[in-house]
Design a protein around this ligand. Structure first.
Ligand code: PEP
Ligand code: MG
Length: 543
């Protein structure tokens, strides 16, 4: 990354993770714990008042945790409720409360700073023990400090939920737990310091069809809140506070691009057939109702991947079966009558459920993720399968199991699924495996007794094959999703899949330069971000 100055206008260069052009005002986003909270000294006289503020915040968080524990015990099980009780126990630990008081009395500074300091010390104490259980306790402490700070400051809604229209979000990193609250209607673009092309920030921006630029070092010191920005994710740069002339040129380019996109949408509702007569269906990757609506407008032949993680990440507790049915139904309603593939919860990696006290281990992407996690928390699996079975009465539901490594994992899910449907092996609702690990790709034939279809998740398959973290922007040059090794694996999966449908739902499915290769491997279905459907269909027709 480098930057140059032209009078007051500044240009910084980064890496495009979602293409497009956007113009708007910067909204700086930082984690509540990383914000510069005001630091001020207090007098002995004000001590009592400050202590009262802290006590009230602790009580509010404690009441919240208490309600969560009670509800979860009623609706799920006591094991999970215990997780909230563990957080409550930390909160009520006499030593912690005494340390907060002592720190306040000796330092005589405001409550926010005291909470940050004391909780950071406690976090480090547990973290230094280098033990998985203690690390998860340290995570709990961080989570608690976020909640208490929120209560102190009076933030109960997420900052990204209410953005001014036309905002360009500028952040060091965006995690799924941040973006779940993102106001999609107000977001024009995203600029980050970290996050590779397959990071979840990248997927989200492609999904909502806004440009995103990453790998801008020290971005929070370069861009200020409300700066005017031109985000050029065609050439990969960001102009901060542009001159009038630059701005006018940019507006012209935006208008030209609009015309181009409109043209490509003209025949988007027709199927896409290659010159050799092979037809390739184009479906959509979605995670909310807006996505489904855009996808259908853009000619999606169905939903190829519904990522349901947002439903879980946006809550304080896992949804009940009925809540899950309601949320999913509301999202997929516009696609009724079309094939709709719903992926079971894929948490772990960078998506962490704060209400479940588990640790993915040190390498979160190589730890408890996807089906590994579901088999450890079978209550979550039952809730999802029951909800999807009920939804299948009105929708053409297909169920996709994420991150399988061993065929035995798929065998277990199949067994539970058949027990729930009472069909003893009926294949009315299609159950599929998401092939994202090289082990599953190379041994795909072992999965065949348990699956009705296969979907290849090339984002993770690339991460695990190329040994490159998908969130790690320092090694993006290794994230080559169309590397011959990946193509060979896709070819292998199709060859040994015994003729069941095989689709590709990772970002590779929308790479214009690789679509014909995928079709030649025998891939008959691509599932891509809603905004890209018209262009992907055109590329298929021209191949
Ligand atoms: C993938 O890994 O390719 C995929 C589609 O799943 P996700 O990006 O949600 O991990
Ligand atoms: Mg994946």
């Amino acid at each position: 990354m480098m930057w140059t100055t032209r009078q007051e206008e500044r240009i910084v260069y980064g890496t495009t993770i979602s293409s497009g052009l956007a113009m708007g005002r910067a909204v700086i986003y930082t984690d509540i714990l990383l914000r510069d909270h005001e630091l001020y000294t207090i007098t002995q006289k004000a001590l009592k008042e400050e202590l009262k503020r802290i006590e009230m915040a602790l009580r509010e968080v404690s009441d919240d945790l208490h309600c969560s524990a009670q509800r979860i015990e009623k609706e799920l099980n006591s094991h999970m409720a215990g997780i909230f009780r563990a957080q409550l126990a930390i909160l009520h630990d006499k030593l912690l409360v005494e340390e907060i008081k002592a720190e306040l009395e000796t330092e005589l500074i405001n409550a926010e700073q005291i909470i940050k300091r004391v909780f950071r010390k406690w976090e480090l104490r547990f973290r230094q023990l280098n033990d998985e259980q203690m690390a998860s306790k340290a995570d709990d402490i961080v989570d608690l400090s976020r909640k208490i700070l929120g209560a102190l400051i009076g933030i109960h809604a997420h900052t990204l939920e209410h953005l001014p229209a036309g905002s360009i979000i500028v952040a060091r990193r965006l995690l799924p737990s941040d973006t779940v609250f993102l106001s999609r209607k107000s977001t024009r673009g995203i600029v980050t310091e970290f996050g590779g092309p397959a990071s979840h920030a990248a997927l989200l921006t492609k999904e909502i069809g806004v440009p995103a630029l990453s790998k801008i070092a020290d971005v929070l010191n370069i861009v200020k809140n409300r700066d005017f920005l031109l985000l050029d994710c065609v050439t990969g740069n960001l102009v901060i506070n542009p001159q009038e002339k630059t701005r006018r040129c940019f507006e012209k380019r935006i208008a030209e691009r609009k015309v181009y996109l409109l043209n490509s949408r003209r025949c988007c509702s027709e199927i896409s057939v290659r010159k050799n007569g092979q037809s390739v269906a184009v479906l959509a990757n979605v995670s909310c109702r807006d996505d489904v609506e855009v996808a259908l407008k853009n000619g999606a032949e169905g939903i190829g991947l519904f990522r349901i993680e947002n439903i879980y990440l946006s809550r304080k507790l896992p949804p009940s079966t009925q809540e899950l049915i309601d949320e999913i139904q509301n999202t997929i309603e516009p696609a009724q009558g079309k094939p709709t593939t719903i992926r079971l919860l894929d948490v772990g990696g960078d998506k962490k459920l704060t209400y479940l006290n588990y640790s993915s281990g040190e390498d979160s992407f190589l730890g408890r993720r996807g089906v590994r996690f579901l088999l450890e928390f079978p209550e979550l699996l039952y809730t999802q399968l029951n909800a999807l079975i009920r939804l299948s009465e009105n929708f053409d539901i297909r169920i996709l199991v994420p991150m399988v490594t061993f065929h035995q994992e798929m065998g277990l899910v199949r067994e539970i699924f058949d027990d729930l449907t009472g069909s003893g092996g009926s294949k009315e609702i299609m159950l599929g495996a998401m092939i994202e690990t090289p082990a599953a790709a190379l041994c795909v034939e072992q999965f065949l007794p348990y699956v009705d279809f296969i979907s290849i998740g090339t984002n993770d398959l690339t991460q695990y094959t190329m040994a490159v973290g998908r969130e790690n922007s320092s090694v993006t040059q290794y994230f080559v999703e169309n590397h011959p090794a990946i193509i060979k694996m896709i070819d292998h999966v199709v060859k040994y899949s015994g003729g069941i449908p095989v689709s590709v739902c990772g970002e590779l499915a929308a790479r214009f330069d690789t679509i014909s290769t995928l079709a030649e491997c025998g891939i008959g279905t691509l599932s891509v971000a809603p905004s890209l459907i018209p262009q992907v269909k055109n590329v298929i027709r021209e191949s």
